[in-house]
Design a binder for this molecule. Structure first.
Ligand SMILES: [Zn+2]
Length: 481
């Protein structure tokens, strides 16, 4: 029998606000443990939470970019459970009335055709703290760091529309790209800014009813997401084909062994005793607020890719690469506009610029030592014949290393091409005079010798002669006289 994989994903994305969702503590990553805390995020009795307006702003941006409906009224609820990293004994989340619902984004299915993946709901919640397990021999305790407690999250819950590991990973990539473009999440999976839980079940292909699902928690890379789904699919199919049954449970992915492991039976919502949080007012969104956010929305990745193909005549592949980040796309556009030749700008940005950026410890593009205007200046020197393409690459690397403008470096290194024919004529004459046999052979029809003559002139000028000018001069001397 053929089996079909059915997957729904829950993506938790940390919002990049400066301060936490219910208090004024900073959210910066990597600070000294418990240095960014206050009575509210430590859960001290009597401390009252106040909603950060920026969090709602960000949620509205996400709504517009994922085709979600914004609830005019939503509400925070308490999700009760015990864990040492949760100081209040409950997490403030949203349950019956989430802020966003009924959206979708488009991804490619395995055959490459566009497919809509539904978004059931998106709700706001606070993050928990973090447990630190000291690496001390014999340590029988753990430590709690509450810096992350109360950092704002959105949880994006998809419909069970995903049918393969590849689709799952393209969906998360697309979502991540949108969140990063919007500037609401840094998308950094290593630091836990984006975490994925996957609900997966299998059913006989062609049937409608869902099988029993398992939830795999905390997948923090695209590779692990795909591996975990592949493994879990095989495991469930094996169980069903050998007369066993799938139990509804929460599982963990062991990335060293590439397997999922049962952790606990899956909780039902009633296990959490959700109830509205009496300390927080309902969130009321006036339509005017949504309009204001819409006006501030940046161009989204799909629209930008389409525009780059149209306006600059770029291939789909080049447009994809240049739009892989908003900074890179902006950089390219500024070079292209100033230089006027988008193809040349694209080649330079995808070549030398990306090569520098992909090096270890490269600065973010916004602080790049070669700003777009400088690169355009360099390209202008290539266009007007002052620099050969190869010399320009050398100058570019020097500009990147020193932050100096191209004209200075070209003058200092004496890299200007010699295009002035009167300056080249003496060299050409000298080369021809030194090779009488080759000249005779050329004139007798051995035209391939042109390469030899050009090479000699280039050597004599230490590579600085403009090859086109040399070609022209040689041709007129060999064939004209
Ligand atoms: Zn705080």
């Amino acid at each position: 029998m053929a089996w079909e994989m059915v997957v729904g994903l829950e993506v938790h994305a940390q919002l990049r606000t400066r301060t936490k969702i219910f208090c004024g503590c900073p959210t910066a990553f990597g600070a000294e443990p418990n240095s960014q805390v206050c009575p509210v995020c430590m859960g001290l009795p009597g401390a009252l939470p106040v909603l950060n307006r920026k969090v709602v702003d960000y949620a509205l941006k996400v709504a517009l970019a994922t085709n979600c409906r914004v609830a005019p009224v939503s509400r925070f609820a308490r999700k009760n459970y015990f864990y040492p990293d949760l100081p209040k004994g409950y997490q403030i989340s949203q349950y019956e009335l989430p802020i966003l619902e009924h959206g979708w984004i488009e991804v490619a299915d395995d055959a490459g055709s566009p497919k809509r993946i539904g978004i059931t709901r998106i709700h706001l919640e606070e993050d928990a703290g973090k447990l630190l397990h000291p690496e001390v021999p014999g340590a029988d305790y753990s430590l709690v760091d509450l810096n992350r407690a109360c950092v704002p999250l959105v949880e994006i819950v998809s419909e069970p529309d995903i049918r393969s590991p590849g689709e799952a990973s393209r969906y998360v990539k697309k979502l991540r790209e949108i969140l990063v473009y919007l500037g609401v999440c840094d998308g950094n999976m290593n630091e836990g800014s984006l975490r994925v839980d996957a609900n997966i079940s299998v059913r006989p292909a062609g049937t409608e009813a869902f099988g029993t699902r398992a939830e795999i928690k905390n997948l923090n890379s695209f590779k692990f997401l795909e591996q975990a789904l592949r493994y879990e699919y095989e495991r469930q199919v094996d169980l069903l084909e050998t007369g066993g049954e799938v139990v509804q449970e929460t599982r963990l992915f062991d990335s060293h062994r590439g397997v999922t492991v049962g952790m606990r039976s899956k909780e039902e919502a009633h296990d959490y005793r959700y109830f509205p949080d009496p300390d927080l007012l309902p969130v009321v969104i006036e339509p005017g607020w949504i309009d204001a956010v819409r006006d501030s929305l940046p161009e989204l990745p799909d629209a930008k890719r389409a525009r780059f193909r149209e306006a600059y005549g770029l291939s789909a592949q080049d447009a994809d690469l240049l739009c892989s980040s908003r900074d890179l796309a902006d950089y390219f556009e500024r070079v292209a506009e100033r230089h006027g030749d988008p193809k040349a700008a694209a080649n330079w940005v995808m070549g030398p610029v990306l090569r520098q950026l992909n090096r270890d410890e490269a600065p973010p593009l916004a602080d790049a030592p070669v700003p777009p205007g400088r690169l355009a200046d360099l390209l202008a020197l290539v266009r007007d014949g002052t620099l050969s393409n190869n010399a320009a690459k050398e100058v570019f690397d020097e500009m990147w290393a020193t932050g100096r403008p191209p004209a200075d470096l070209v003058a200092e290194k004496g890299l200007e091409q010699i295009t002035d024919t009167s300056a080249l004529e003496a060299q050409v004459d000298a080369v021809l005079a030194a090779s009488p046999d080759e000249v005779a052979a050329y004139r007798a029809g051995k035209k391939k010798l042109m390469g030899f003559f050009v090479g000699q002139v280039m050597r004599a000028t230490r590579g600085k002669a403009n090859p086109q000018a040399v070609n022209q001069l040689l041709r007129s001397k060999l064939e004209g006289g």
